[in-house]
Design a protein. Structure first.
Length: 159
């Protein structure tokens, strides 16, 4: 029955972690904060088609801001605006979660907090580097879309 499917789907959500469903960092389209928004950058962004683009500083694991592509609507490539200027203007907050967070928790947090535009960066503590103390590293991102897709899938599989 539908009820059984919905309940078992909800139970699945409590077992699955964001790490299992995230988009891995190497597959994420992001931009370095020192990029200039020239014609090439803007057409690159348009080609990718994502509505949100993480912005990093120095290395891809160091995400410092988030760009909403709708905010590029009035950016003229001839002005060659530095991405940094835009990032400092909008100051969109990035939302971070640990990799072992389960999907029911993420779903609830996405529902409750609208900031961050329903995107969260997945972090874990890296203890494997002998040259460094344990540190937090970003390993991917997850959006509300990913969580909902997972919910729908588990329901379909059950049928
Ligand atoms: P969009 O609004 O850009 O289509 P969604 O939230 O609908 O993004 O997510 C669609 C899929 O794309 C999800 O699997 C999500 O993890 C992934 N995704 C979202 N933004 C990016 C990005 N900048 N680079 C790579 N993958 C992304």
């Amino acid at each position: 029955t539908d009820e059984v499917n919905i309940i078992s789907g909800a139970l699945e959500m409590r077992k699955k972690t964001v790490e299992a469903i995230m988009t891995r960092l190497e597959d994420v389209f992001m931009l370095p904060i020192d990029r200039v928004l020239d014609f090439e950058s803007l057409s690159d962004i348009r080609k990718q088609g994502y509505s949100r683009i993480p912005i990093y500083e120095n290395e891809r694991g160091n995400i410092v801001s988030l760009l909403f592509t709708k905010d590029l609507m009035f950016v003229d490539p001839d002005d060659r605006i530095p991405l940094k200027t835009l990032a400092e203007f909008y100051k969109n907050t990035c939302y971070f979660i640990f990799s072992d967070t389960t999907l029911d928790v993420v779903f609830k947090e996405f529902k409750e907090c609208k900031r961050g535009g329903h995107m969260a960066f997945v972090q874990r503590v890296n203890t494997s580097r002998e040259d460094k103390d344990p540190y937090c590293e970003t390993i991917g991102l997850v959006t509300l879309e990913d969580v909902i897709e997972e919910m729908i899938q588990s329901e379909i599989v059950d049928e």
